[in-house]
Design a protein around this ligand. Structure first.
Ligand SMILES: Cc1ncc(COP(=O)(O)O)c(C=O)c1O
Length: 399
């Protein structure tokens, strides 16, 4: 008899954004014609840049000709984008080899799938609040989960887990709080991992949003990290690839897991990917090569600047209205304390009803997120300005 994985009963029955979608739909049905201003979901809104479009079209054309047609790509990713990523890191004084880089269809799947090469008895530590994929994946797999609380007292940078942890997810810049680990903050985790033979899983999906030169964009900026950290990244947020789909994961050859020889973790991830993944889209990989070209880099900086200008508008407008505002300086998310001690969902409903603005309830990212709401800078500037104006004019802010 087939049996279901009962661990699914232990996670929320709907994904956070489905619940938001259904509340917004409900509101629109009851209030037809009302214009909704969406600053909720972390999906990009600007079109792909010219250089990227050229790269994608070139590959589409190649697929249309017998001479240049290609089928499956290497499950680890084509050598060209992997080599381009090696160069990308080299410019940041990080030495990697193409063998250490695995191209994938995105950071979401990698951040979940990476657990499959580790034993079920590993204890997994995650920040609270954080991108919910890490906790859901851990619960679904049946592994024990421990939380590292992030709050105003620790400036949303977690302390080391109180319990012994084997796998530790770090998301910096953090979704949803916008907090960024300093090198000193990261060193604490690297030292812990080296001492306790733990592995850090560093999600750098928003790294390109860091403009403060003192802040690390990669875990490998910290000495010793290659021995204890896997880094996951994506073309989604800085190149508009949320729909195109492409990401990458770095599994250093030096990464050590107790009882396994050097290179074993890299080999296992390679084995997992070649068994369960058939390689990223060759069109998306050609697009990524264009993102990594000099012209592509210039263009993507403009995309980032556009979204960060939105972040600045949101931050300033809400601060002026007396809200307590965090993040938004080196991340596209602005983390806001709900006024009058309202719950995250109560404030979500109030914001929707009175100002017609959609944000994301902080409680959807973990218990510590209760009492906060996340505003996303991924929107058109006109929309951001209209949302801020509506909040100022229509929202009855409780004291
Ligand atoms: C922290 C974090 N990692 C990964 C992702 C997903 O990245 P991708 O589109 O590459 O799957 C997101 C998307 O919101 C995210 O917030």
């Amino acid at each position: 008899m087939a049996a279901l994985n009962k661990n699914y009963d232990k996670i929320e029955s709907t994904y956070l954004f489905s619940e938001i979608g259904s509340r917004v739909k409900n509101f629109i049905q009851k209030n037809p014609g009302v214009e909704i201003m969406r600053l909720g979901i972390g999906d990009t809104t600007l079109p792909l840049t010219g250089t990227v479009i050229k790269g994608l079209l070139r590959e589409v054309k190649n697929l249309g000709s017998k001479k240049t047609y290609k089928g499956y790509s290497d499950p680890q990713g084509d050598l060209k984008p992997r080599t381009a990523l090696v160069d990308f890191y080299k410019k940041r004084n990080i030495d990697l080899s193409a063998q250490e880089i695995f191209i994938s269809d995105g950071a979401k799947s990698d951040s979940a799938n990476i657990q499959s090469i580790f034993g079920l008895d590993n204890i997994v530590a995650i920040a609270d609040p954080v991108y919910p994929v890490y906790s859901d994946t851990t619960i679904i797999s049946g592994r024990t989960l421990v939380y590292m609380k992030c709050n105003e007292e620790n400036s949303f940078i977690p302390a080391l887990p109180k319990e012994k942890a084997d796998l530790i997810y770090i998301c910096s810049p953090n979704n949803p709080t916008g907090a960024v680990f300093t090198k000193k903050d990261l060193k604490v985790f690297v030292d812990y991992a080296l001492k306790n033979k733990a592995i850090l899983i560093f999600d750098a999906a928003y790294a390109e949003y860091i403009s403060d030169k003192a802040l690390p964009k990669s875990i490998y900026e910290i000495a010793g990290a290659k021995k204890c950290a896997i880094e996951i990244n994506s073309f989604s947020k800085w190149a508009g690839f949320t729909g195109v789909r492409l990401g990458w994961t770095i599994v250093p050859m030096d990464l050590v897991v107790e009882g396994a020889e050097i290179g074993k973790v890299n080999h296992l991830w390679s084995r997992r990917q070649s068994t369960m993944f058939n390689g990223a889209s060759n069109i998306a990989q050609a697009g990524a090569l264009s993102v990594l070209s000099a012209a592509g880099q210039k263009e993507s900086k403009k995309l980032i600047a556009y979204y960060m200008d939105n972040a600045a508008i949101i931050k300033k407008s809400l601060s002026e209205l007396g809200f307590q505002v965090f993040g938004g300086g080196n991340a596209p998310y602005i983390w806001v304390k709900t006024p009058g001690a309202l719950s995250s969902w109560d404030f979500f409903d109030k914001l929707l009803k009175e100002a017609h603005v959609v944000a994301t309830p902080g409680s959807g990212f973990g218990r510590e997120g209760e009492g906060y709401i996340r505003f996303s800078a991924f929107a058109d500037t006109e929309n951001v300005k209209a949302a801020m104006k509506s909040i100022k004019e229509n929202l009855k802010i409780p004291k």
